[in-house]
Write a protein that binds this ligand. Sequence first.
Ligand code: AMP
Length: 218
Amino acid sequence: MDGIILLGAPGAGKGTVADDLKARGRFLHLSTGDMLRDAIKAGRPLGLKAKGYMDRGELVPDEVVAQLIEERLDESAKDAHFMFDGYPRTTRQAEMLDEALARRGGKILNVFLLDVARDLLIARIAGRRICRQCGGVYNVNNANMRPKIEGVCDRCGGEVYQRSDDNEATVSNRLEIFQSKTRSLIEFYEKQGKLVSVDAEDRFKTLEAILAHLSGPR
Ligand code: AMP
């Protein structure tokens, strides 16, 4: 059991890169944001605990997200390869993830830091739409990323909607939290020699850079 981490601000393209990598079949996508939204939809107590934090754009307590990750690791095959999207977001979570994988004989291979200018992040979040069913990512402000039929997922026919926390007030809070927490996370993974910075302004170049690194020597 091992994995890579997609690290980046809201709107950096973690979900989009995850979609692209998923299509190649190697990695299982594990997004704590998606898992929390599912827990809320299912009315789980853990989801109710998380909802207030999410609505305010704040981080959900470390133990809550760590519990979701543990559950998912337990359900997965012992030889699974994961891509963690939106997790970890704090050094405490990073430590817990290392421990959780080590207990299962695994480790993090690489951490890809998706680098995008703030203006572009804000524009991407404003246009972002998500499929309620499969989590597919769309963007109504980008001709190459609009669903073919408005409001309908190209892949599964699910409803394509705008996340309630993708609004202006919440977004600036989420970007600030990302800035304040990320520096120590970056240091954590730099010390381990696992951090790879990727210019993530262009979807296809981002994927190429990640794939080149994954197939290169380690
Ligand atoms: P995301 O879908 O990754 O943008 O996450 C949406 C929201 O879920 C965040 O603004 C947080 O409130 C919460 N969340 C997702 N992942 C985490 C995490 N690893 N730690 C704490 N909160 C999280």
